[in-house]
Design a protein around this ligand. Structure first.
Ligand SMILES: Nc1nc2c(ncn2[C@@H]2O[C@H](COP(=O)(O)OP(=O)(O)OP(=O)(O)O)[C@@H](O)[C@H]2O)c(=O)[nH]1
Ligand SMILES: [Mg+2]
Length: 397
């Protein structure tokens, strides 16, 4: 079994230094892609699977942040990780989205633009175009949005600038509405198996921890599979989330075969009557064919036990990645058949626009958005809440 499930360590090593093959259709996109690649490499760097440090016991394991209702063992606020001390959970509902996304590139671009009381003319459309392009909305989606506005402006559909802003809001919402489809746990699939995939450091393990809390709170019997076997710290990170949530974690430790871990976990989950099994995987660059093939193998192995498994291939995408996210999704989809997306770190330096580009190019459901590091900061993706958070308050909720 172990030899059958051999991993591609050399590929992993190359992956960390590899280059991207983002396809570009113009010079502007090439510049965007280059910028995005830099961001992706930066995002990947602190959590790269470095065999040289893999044995260092739990060094650098990101600890789950405290829950909103702390367990007795929860550290006091002053002992909590620095990042979570600074940021309490976002307020619930739409205000939370606005609170967390107000610093995003697209919110700042559009906000600044409309706050200058612009005139209703072609210059305004040009400025909107620049704001969208700069925020990583991408050429295709931006052109569609701006040309639609231009046509209606010429037809004198807009009496004033607020009317144009409302039309832009409606168009942005319409672009996202088809992909704002929440993940439904099919009770007939027992367990319902979620396989998480994505490049290094995008937030896969953290998202699993947040989901564990969500599903536990909803009353599901849950199990996690520590399928990132590249680093001991990765297994420990998932186990820490499991402990916090009182959820069993199936692990075979570092260097175990990921497909074998997934297989064992599904067997155990079936035996124990578990409702939802969530499997972690190691981050990998989408350009590394061997590593991408490993994902296909994990899927095949799960499918041997249950023809429907995995029921969801959940790809986690770092919202700060920019247009390179399109290339990532294209490759992961080809290798593993992605059925849902989570876009994380939208609260940070993300420009936010890539969400529109992903929606337009792929139409794959966006299940959740990460707007912070705490469990309650993983929100079911809501097209209206997202768009309203990006536009000036007058257009908001
Ligand atoms: N601000 C913010 N940080 C996030 C979010 N989601 C994840 N993170 C942080 O991103 C960092 C990386 O998260 P991980 O969950 O370890 O990422 P990963 O994809 O599992 O990484 P690898 O397993 O190494 O590929 C951690 O510091 C998380 O706290 C989010 O929505 N917002
Ligand atoms: Mg991880």
């Amino acid at each position: 079994m172990v030899s059958f499930f051999r991993r591609w360590k050399s590929d992993a090593d190359t992956a960390r230094q590899g280059s991207d093959d983002a396809t570009t259709s113009s010079a502007a996109e090439a510049i965007e892609a280059a910028r995005a690649l830099g961001a992706a490499a930066e995002a990947a760097a602190p959590v790269a699977n470095d065999p040289g440090t893999a044995d260092v016991a739990d060094a650098g394991v990101p600890k789950p942040p405290p829950m909103s209702e702390p367990l007795p063992s929860t550290p006091l606020p002053e002992q909590a990780p620095a990042s979570t001390q600074e940021k309490p959970p976002a307020p619930p509902g739409k205000p939370g989205w606005r609170d967390r996304l107000k610093g995003s590139g697209i919110a700042r671009g559009l906000g600044g633009l409309f706050s200058r009381n612009p005139r209703l003319d072609d210059d305004l459309l040009d400025e909107i175009e620049t704001a969208l392009l700069t925020a990583d909305v991408g050429i295709s989606a931006t052109t569609a949005l701006v040309e639609s506005l231009r046509g209606r402006m010429k037809a004198r559909e807009f009496a004033d600038v607020p009317a144009l802003r409302n039309a832009l809001r409606a168009d942005l919402v319409a672009m996202l509405e088809p992909v704002a489809r929440p993940l439904a746990i099919d009770p007939a699939a027992r367990p319902f198996v979620i396989l998480t995939v994505g490049v290094n450091g995008v937030g896969k393990t953290t998202t699993i921890g947040k989901l564990a809390k969500r599903y536990k709170d909803e009353g599901h019997a849950l199990m996690l599979a520590a399928g990132d076997t590249f680093r001991a710290a990765a297994v420990a990170q998932l186990q820490a989330w499991g402990e916090r949530n009182g959820v069993a974690v199936i692990a075979q430790g570092q260097d175990a075969d990921a497909a074998s871990v997934a297989f064992d976990a599904l067997q155990a989950a079936r035996a124990r009557g578990i409702d939802v099994l969530i499997a972690d995987t190691a981050g990998r660059l989408h350009t590394q064919q061997g590593l991408m093939a490993e994902l296909a193998k994990i899927k095949r192995v799960l499918g041997k036990l249950d023809g429907g498994a995995p029921h969801e291939v959940l790809m986690v995408i770092d919202g700060t990645t920019g247009q390179n996210a399109l290339s990532q999704l294209r490759h992961f989809h080809a290798a593993a058949g992605v059925t849902g997306l989570v876009v994380t770190k939208l609260d940070g330096t993300a420009k936010g626009g890539v969400v529109f580009a992903l929606a337009r190019e792929f139409g794959i459901p966006i299940r959740f958005a990460g707007i912070g590091e705490r469990p309650e900061d993983l929100r079911v993706f809501d097209a209206e809440a997202f768009v309203d958070a990006l536009l000036p308050e007058a257009l908001g909720a």
